[in-house]
Design a protein around this ligand. Structure first.
Ligand code: PRP
Length: 213
């Protein structure tokens, strides 16, 4: 049997994800170092790790390039990937919020026309506005969303908010919450069926390590 392949998100969830892997007995020392390798093996425990952009974690797991992974539910909400999500994990808590420039906090946005909304969650953003019957133009971005209103690129933004510092320091205020998210463990559907015992061992160990329900 080949090694289990585990997809990990680079960025803010990575230190928490590595702590989980370490707690279940995997060797993550190389990942904690300054490696530029994108595939790192833990041969002793028959595992290998992929270091990916958060949105790509869901894609690698969905298509079976990884057996399981750790990702934010914001990514799952946006991507609607076909995968198994057996566990939430106790970190990465955030909300997905609509925000505007502080000076425009009192604007009645329903009266505005030709609104532009910048987001790295274009699908969720579209759904939110369609449900309200508002016609908006979505400007898809991949990061630093909060600077778009100050530069006239958009009127509004939809992005994740954790501490709220990024909004505040970029002169934005939260108008509405679109949803809540936290980290989740995801499993490829075929791996779950074909490598059931190994995957179940991982899930049991992660549950014990994180006391997830
Ligand atoms: C995320 C998000 C916000 C920020 C929110 O960005 O897109 O910019 O974190 O966190 P806060 O409320 O604690 O300030 P991230 O750092 O993941 O990078 P990104 O700009 O590339 O999306």
């Amino acid at each position: 049997m080949s090694a289990l392949t585990i997809a990990l998100p680079k960025g803010r969830l990575l230190p928490h994800a590595l702590a989980v892997l370490e707690a279940i007995g995997l060797d993550v020392r190389e990942l904690r170092g300054a490696t530029r390798k994108l595939i790192v093996a833990d041969t002793k425990h028959d595992a290998r790790f992929l270091l990916l952009k958060p949105f790509d974690v869901a894609t690698f797991v969905e298509y079976g390039a990884a057996d399981w992974g750790i990702v934010g539910q914001d990514v799952l909400l946006e991507n609607e990937s076909d995968l198994f999500e057996p566990l939430t994990l106790p970190f990465g808590f955030c909300r997905i919020a609509l925000a505007a420039r502080r000076e425009r906090a009192q604007t009645d946005w329903r009266l505005e026309t030709a609104l532009r909304v910048a987001s790295k969650y274009p699908r969720l953003t579209r759904k939110f506005f369609v449900e309200r019957g508002w016609s908006v133009e979505i400007i898809p971005l991949h990061g630093s969303i909060e600077i778009a209103p100050a530069l006239g690129l958009s009127d509004l933004v939809v992005d994740i908010v954790d501490t709220g510092r990024t909004l505040k320091e970029n002169g934005l205020v939260e108008l509405e919450t679109l949803g809540q998210a936290q980290a989740a463990l995801i499993v490829n559907r075929a791996s779950h069926a074909l490598r059931f015992r190994e995957i179940q061992n991982v899930l049991d160990a992660v549950k014990r390590a994180t006391r997830a329900p």
